[in-house]
Design a protein around this ligand. Structure first.
Ligand code: PEP
Ligand code: MG
Length: 325
């Protein structure tokens, strides 16, 4: 019912039988958050905070970070904003983030190295400053509407210990909603255990595809393996959703795959109720949802899971979809 929602001319996203699905935006800067807010999405499902950390010689101060997060939260005026803590490191080295006094980290296999929460654990000072800035922005937001205006999540969680360490730290900093991204097979297969200690999770399909298929996401010649319709990735995702159901905690999707309308239906069929994507893709996903019931989505999900190839998964889901899609 906000002005931004009305401007987009669309009500909440729902399936044909009235199941509400949250459609959120993935954004990379506060300016992009402002654009997304005008597009009438339900919130920000992923604010990538790396814009504050990359290409600079000094770490951003708490004040500078707090201002950026506050700007994103204010643009959404009480709708939830999920900020991901810095995912830099390894392939995106930070000039100021030396570990153990090393001038440079000898990195031979960056995607499997110190990135995401791993860097946060080795450079706790950087993470502490970021969490303090986020807590500052959370307090400034007045915890409007649901009290969930700002949430924080960690990238690349793989173990219960890492998850508990991060979530306890975020809570202690004054952030009551702390979650993790499910981006590794380790996190997907033990999602119930991770979610026993986290408040929520969001599946990052870009990295989950990379690590499930052992295929570098930056290598264009591997795009067939990285196809989000690969049945192995879909099964991995389904496992993560089941873990969330067991733990009684929400699991969303924030990888780029959520912006494909047909795949979004499959994810809803798995039990996902929150999808985050490039905001320009939200309208097409909203239209697709309106044409299909939950039962339709479940049938499409099962067909895709049972397929033997990415192409077959897509075709079998499409064959069950409304012809207007
Ligand atoms: C992902 O891995 O799917 C994700 C959303 O995070 P990023 O693309 O920033 O690694
Ligand atoms: Mg990722």
């Amino acid at each position: 019912g906000t002005a931004a929602g009305a401007a987009a001319g669309d009500a909440f996203a729902m399936t044909a039988d009235g199941c509400r699905i949250l459609l959120n935006a993935n954004v990379g800067t506060p300016a992009e958050a402002e654009e997304a807010a005008r597009a009438g999405v339900d919130g920000i499902g992923l604010l990538r905070s790396e814009f504050l950390f990359l290409n600079r010689s000094q770490a951003p101060t708490e004040a500078e970070q707090a201002e950026a997060y506050t700007r994103a939260v204010q643009a959404f005026d009480g709708r939830p904003v999920v900020v991901r803590t810095f995912d830099a490191g390894a392939d995106k080295p930070l000039a100021f983030a030396r570990i153990g006094g090393n001038e440079t980290l000898a990195v031979t296999n960056p995607a499997l190295g110190v990135r995401g929460i791993r860097l946060g654990m080795l450079r706790e000072d950087l993470l502490d400053t970021q969490l303090a800035a986020l807590a500052n922005a959370y307090r400034a937001s007045g915890h409007s509407i649901s009290g969930h205006s700002l949430k924080v999540m960690a990238p690349m969680a793989t173990t219960v210990q890492e998850t508990k360490w991060f979530v306890d730290k975020a809570h202690a900093a004054g952030l009551p909603h702390a979650g993790i991204m499910i981006e590794t097979p380790a996190a997907a297969v033990q999602a119930a255990s991770l979610l026993a200690v986290a408040d929520f999770a969001s599946i990052g399909t870009n990295d989950l595809a990379q690590y499930t298929m052992a295929a570098d996401r930056l290598d264009g010649s591997l795009s067939g393996l990285l196809d989000p319709w690969q049945p192995a990735l879909l099964r991995m995702m389904r496992m993560a959703v089941e873990g969330g159901l067991m733990a009684g905690k929400p699991v969303g999707v924030c990888g780029e795959a959520a912006g494909d309308p047909l795949l979004a239906l499959v994810f809803v069929g798995f039990g996902i109720r929150s999808l985050s994507m490039a905001w320009r893709k939200a309208a097409a996903v909203r239209s697709a949802l309106r044409l299909h019931s939950l039962a339709d989505c479940r049938r499409m999900a099962q067909a895709a899971l049972d397929a033997r190839s990415a192409m077959e998964a897509r075709q079998s889901a499409l064959s069950l979809a409304d012809s207007r899609l």
